[in-house]
Design a protein around this ligand. Structure first.
Ligand code: SIN
Length: 277
């Protein structure tokens, strides 16, 4: 019987869960994986041989699947979004720090990303730990942020005048009339861990509630730079069989776009979440 081992990627972010087969997780291994997810916010698996059906079944063990209304969907499995960059494309998906679905009133809990086709080199994904980022703030700033709320919008990413619709990824993206925004506390109490987590991100947070964008910018810029200090981050190198599973309420991620001329395809399933407080 394989022994399950947790191996940290860095002191501050991410853990590999080794020795499990996520298509055939016993209840006790599921409990161990759940605890690793709660404790670390992003977990990684290696050497998995999972079919799209296994991927969907694993996701359903965590909650309801939240089908992304903007992303290119896999033709056969609508639950699976395709994070795809073709050889001739220059723009990748997720090539900036962000957390998924923060623009929804009930932001998605997490995303499970499975490697399907990888470039020979590059195409890593960076993660940053928002528990650690919050913990490292001064008491004074924590107090100030504790009563603040921020607006998150997807228009600048997915709207008709947004980033993807004006890039060479435009053909795959849809739903530009479905853009919208949501307001969340700047610091949330994480619904699974009970810990405080910094919940603003450069991809979708536009301003603080009751503040103008110009007024918000200096403090948001400070928080955005603070949150990706090297001590809070890790870099995940993909191989065949790699799977990453992150919590959108506890981490940010960034897909590195350094493999022009090669194809990269990953399958992403996003799991529904809840309102944040
Ligand atoms: C994403 O932002 O969901 C994509 C991450 C990646 O492709 O590494």
């Amino acid at each position: 019987m394989a022994t399950t081992v947790l191996r940290k990627l860095t002191a501050g972010c991410g853990v590999e869960v080794l020795g499990v087969d996520i298509a055939r997780l016993s209840n006790s291994d599921m409990e161990l994986v759940r605890q690793a997810y709660v404790d670390h916010g992003v977990i990684f698996f290696r050497d998995q041989k999972i079919t799209p059906e296994d991927h969907i079944a694993f996701a359903r063990r965590w909650g309801e699947i939240d089908i992304n209304r903007f992303f290119p969907a896999n033709g056969q499995y609508p639950e699976i979004a395709e994070v795809r960059k073709e050889k001739e494309q220059k723009t990748n998906i997720g090539g900036g720090w962000h957390t998924d679905h923060s623009y929804d009133p009930e932001p998605a809990m997490g995303s499970i990303l499975v490697a399907r086709e990888l470039p020979a080199d590059g195409g890593d994904t960076l993660f940053s730990n928002m528990y650690a980022a919050y913990d490292a703030l001064s008491v004074g700033l924590k107090n100030t942020l504790s009563t603040m709320r921020a607006v998150h919008s997807n228009a600048m990413a997915f709207g008709a005048a947004g980033f993807y619709k004006n890039s060479d990824q435009a053909g795959g993206f849809k739903g530009e009339s479905l853009v919208g925004e949501a307001v969340h506390p700047v610091v949330i109490t994480h619904p699974l861990s009970g810990r405080k987590s910094l919940y603003v991100n450069p991809g979708f947070t536009t301003h603080f509630e009751g503040w103008t964008e110009a007024e918000s910018k200096p403090l948001l810029d400070f928080l955005f730079a603070h949150a990706v200090k090297p001590e809070f981050t890790c870099r995940f190198q993909w191989h065949d069989g790699s799977v990453a599973f992150w919590d959108n309420r506890a981490t940010w991620h960034y897909a590195v776009n350094d493999y022009h001329g090669e194809r990269r395809l990953l399958h992403r399933i996003t799991i529904g979440g809840c309102a944040l407080a």
